[in-house]
Write a new protein. Structure first.
Length: 68
């Protein structure tokens, strides 16, 4: 894991495993509509690991999309 992106992806997987024990997180992952996901996000934001997971996920998506 030499790059910051690789380290972020590894941390994201680690946090996902931790969040896997929360039934609400599993429901969030299978939610199909934006409205359902937004509702679940409001519930999950009380879990500090979820907030970090979401920030890492968004950062990784941006970094992967960037040509730099």
């Amino acid at each position: 894991m030499s790059t910051p992106l690789a380290r972020a992806q590894a941390k994201l997987r680690e946090i996902e495993q931790e969040l896997g024990r929360y039934p609400d997180f599993q429901l969030y992952l299978i939610a199909k509509t934006r409205k359902d996901r937004a509702r679940m996000e409001r519930l999950l934001m009380d879990i500090p690991a979820f907030a970090l997971w979401r920030k890492l996920r968004d950062s990784i998506m941006l970094a992967s999309a960037s040509p730099y």
